[in-house]
Design a protein. Sequence first.
Length: 170
Amino acid sequence: MRRGLVLSLLCLAWAAAPPTQAETMHGTVIVVIDGDTVLFKPDHAHTSGRAFLKVRLAGIDAPETDQPYGDAATRELAARVLNRRVAVTSVATDIYGRTIAHIHVAGHEVGTELVQSGFAWAATRSRRAAELTKAQRQARLDQRGLWQGAAPVPPWEWRRTHPKGEHNRF
């Protein structure tokens, strides 16, 4: 009951908040934390005054590091962005203080590429849900990445069935 109330209040606060204006920054990814979260160093100081930003890719959810394909998803993201110049377009800030953003490398949107490669799930509530769901469907048909497994478990279900402390939320 209490958890449901807290979630309802968070949803209400999010819905009532003014829309976040997209901000595009350029810089370098200096650490890949997991399959959908990086540490980003912008070329110029961020408006928050922080020299580094923890960025979570918008519109996707990658396997947790302790679940099947979690390490593979982290390696895949690292191969695409680590120590590379990227463009980060923020769309929101989550409850953990991370910047939710689209990351582009050489004109390619990294989140979409991870879904196409089978290393992340499309978030169904994303603004780009239809495009990402189509990419996910094709990855599944082609048995790419995590879709090689018999019954891959979405990360949101994994987090629900594994006690806190068994996986990390950054």
